[in-house]
Design a protein around this ligand. Structure first.
Ligand code: CO
Length: 221
């Protein structure tokens, strides 16, 4: 049996297993989705979102890209965020990075990666922002792990900069979480992102209402 044939065989087994527990399983699944979570993670084949969280179909809206980046000119991730937050009204948004991330490792090396250069530059920008802390870490492996964590943290900041997330936080208490999957142990680590503090810090510059308010003030005069 080829690997492709095996996948179709696996699919048949999976259907049978689901139907054995609930004969209306797929019937119910087809009715719609109302996930409470949006998960933004790495495309890495070893970091299987649903598996490591132990969740079922319908529970988590998922977006994966190289090194779990939230780039504000990436129409793909921005569409996912807007749809999940404004329409599906998820309660939690998670950015999940992982140790031994190839994308993060590539960004740490002075090498021309072709089309990947502009993508990896986002990680290099994280390094630049936290250069003092990172350069002070002697152990290269530890420095790399810390960059994985700081990258997650910065992608959470990028999420909090968006109008959709700020509005949903104000209206219904939406929370942003930063996690790291430790590939050596299988453990999920909560970086305990301080949402209110980050929001307070960035509001002066990234408040989507600021420009509008300033304009109104000028108009009144
Ligand atoms: Co990765």
């Amino acid at each position: 049996m080829s690997k492709i044939e095996k996948i179709f065989e696996n699919n048949k087994t999976w259907i049978a297993e689901k139907l054995a527990v609930d004969e209306n399983y797929f019937e119910n699944l087809s009715k719609g989705q109302s996930p409470e979570f949006l998960y933004i993670g790495c495309s890495d084949s070893r970091v299987t979102a649903e598996d490591l969280m132990g969740v079922q179909p319908g529970e988590v809206f998922i977006h994966r890209n190289i090194a779990n980046l939230v780039n504000n000119v990436d129409l793909n991730v921005m569409s996912v965020i807007n749809y999940a937050v404004r329409h599906l009204k998820v309660k939690h948004v998670v950015v999940c990075g992982h140790y031994n991330c190839g994308g993060v490792k590539a960004a740490m090396q002075p090498k021309d990666m072709g089309i990947l250069n502009p993508w990896l530059r986002n990680i290099r920008d994280v390094y630049r922002t936290h250069k003092t802390e990172l350069n002070a870490i002697q152990d290269e492996e530890k420095r790399y792990e810390r960059l994985v964590e700081l990258n997650v943290q910065e992608q959470c900041v990028n999420l909090i900069k968006t109008a959709a997330v700020q509005e949903a936080h104000k209206e219904r208490g939406l929370i942003v979480h930063g996690w790291v999957f430790d590939i050596h142990t299988g453990k999920l680590i909560d970086l305990k992102i301080d949402f209110p503090k980050i929001l307070g810090d960035i509001m002066e510059i990234y408040n989507p209402q600021t420009a509008h308010k300033k304009r109104k003030k000028t108009e009144k005069k």
